[in-house]
Design a protein. Structure first.
Length: 443
């Protein structure tokens, strides 16, 4: 076979290889096929979410705190413990004999303090709002974990595809090197074409290294959320992930949804109400509390006629006197008033923060979604067509090798950018869901 036919056959094989690879990438772009990026059991997004929401330690801590807060209202609403007393009254110090003196008695007493009416109910209600806030914090944490898991999982999906694309292009570069070397040996090509292909192959190897480091870091993040060892391998399923990027409701509609569904706003509402009730308690602290008591004294003495002296009963009623209210109760009321207005400011700030988060994630999502559409429907197909045209022209020496190489680089950069944009869109959608107060917004 002549050199001419040999080179033509090699170029035809290369052209077919690139066309097949480009078609495979096109299918990947449309179907979202995921190749494994690490060894280990496959982990779907849903499995990662379920594992994290069951085993996450930060969530478990908040759940224990919520259970602790639930035990407080009954305590704050209860009466103070009664006081039972055993007393020896009027014992003569010379003999300590119980029947020597008529006034000597062994006494048993019981007393109970009653806070001013309304105090206990207000304290209990305030604690109930605190408990409600603690429960809502658990729901808020669930939203944060769900968003973080989705973000880490889609980051792994992007990195797996980026590494796969780079590895496939490394194979193409080796083919380019082989063709360029063959063409150079028969005097039909330039040595610089070989050097350019070798340089690009080295660049691909260099680009793969930081992506692998980023994958290890993202894997550690996902494992931490699931309460697993940070270096435990995570392998994504080979089945196609959900690449759907839905249309969103308007920002005002999403904000309106968040005002009713976002747990952190319920937390702040509960804190405002608890602060208001404690302010009312402080106002009632200017009113006295009451204390009732009863005692029964046993006497063993007799009178001059030998008659047994009767036992004695005692009854007590007392109140505390808030005579230092200017430096105590009034100051407490000022403190509680400041707490109340501070909690209202915190609620308003939370509303503004939620609004800003919705606006920010909405903008990020729309931008990434548009990028995905642009890459998938325009840039990648156009780049594939350009690569095919360039390879055909290169076979007949109508374009130089550098142009062929640049178009192939443009194609694989576009394919990597597609998955990066898709990952960013999915992460923004997850963050938007958390901002609105939903674990599964549009998914």
């Amino acid at each position: 076979m002549s050199h001419k036919y040999f080179i033509s056959a090699l170029f035809t094989a290369l052209w077919a290889t690139v066309i097949i690879a480009s078609a495979a990438h096109a299918d990947d772009t449309l179907t979202g096929s995921t190749q494994p990026g690490a060894f280990g059991k496959t982990l779907s997004l849903q499995e990662a979410l379920e594992t994290a929401l069951i085993h996450n330690q930060g969530l478990a801590e908040l759940q224990r705190m919520a259970e602790s807060a639930n035990a407080v209202p009954s305590q704050d609403g209860a009466l103070p413990d009664p006081i039972l007393g055993f007393n020896a009254l009027n014992l003569p110090t010379d003999t300590f004999d119980r029947d020597q003196e008529p006034m000597t008695q062994m006494q048993i007493s019981l007393s109970q303090t009653f806070p001013f009416p309304g105090k206990r109910g207000l304290k209990r209600e305030a604690s109930e709002h605190d408990a409600s806030a603690a429960r809502k914090l658990v729901l808020e944490k669930r939203l944060q974990i769900a968003a973080a898991v989705r973000g880490a999982w889609w980051q792994l999906a992007y990195l797996d595809h980026a590494i796969e694309i780079i590895q496939q292009n490394q194979g193409l570069m080796r083919d380019f090197i082989q063709i360029a070397q063959t063409k150079y040996k028969v005097g039909k090509g330039l040595q610089q074409d070989v050097l350019l292909a070798q340089l690009e192959l080295s660049g691909l190897l260099n680009r793969q290294l930081p992506l692998e480091g980023m994958r290890s870091a993202s894997q550690a993040d996902l494992n931490t959320l699931m309460n697993r060892p940070a270096n435990q391998p995570v392998r994504l399923p080979e089945t196609a992930p959900n690449t759907n990027l839905p249309e969103l409701a308007s920002q005002p509609e999403l904000l309106n949804q968040a005002l009713g569904a976002r747990p952190i706003l319920d937390v702040e509402r509960a804190r405002v109400e608890a602060a208001r009730l404690r302010m009312d308690v402080a106002k009632k602290d200017s009113y006295p509390d009451f204390k009732l008591g009863a005692a029964y004294g046993f006497r063993d003495a007799t009178d001059a006629t030998g008659r047994d002296l009767p036992d004695l009963a005692s009854f007590r009623f007392s109140i505390n006197l808030p005579i230092y209210s200017s430096s105590k109760q009034s100051k407490l009321y000022e403190q509680r008033s400041s707490d109340y207005f501070g909690s209202k400011h915190a609620f308003n700030e939370s509303v503004r923060s939620v609004d800003a988060a919705i606006s920010r994630n909405y903008a990020y999502y729309q931008a990434a979604r548009n990028q995905v559409s642009l890459y998938g429907k325009a840039i990648i197909p156009q780049a594939q067509q350009t690569v095919s045209a360039m390879l055909s022209a290169y076979q007949v020496n109508q374009v130089d090798f550098l142009n062929v190489l640049n178009t192939q680089i443009t194609l694989y950069n576009a394919q990597i950018s597609y998955w990066e944009a898709l990952s960013n869109a999915k992460k923004s959608l997850a963050n938007l869901a958390a901002s609105v107060g939903s674990e599964n917004l549009y998914e």
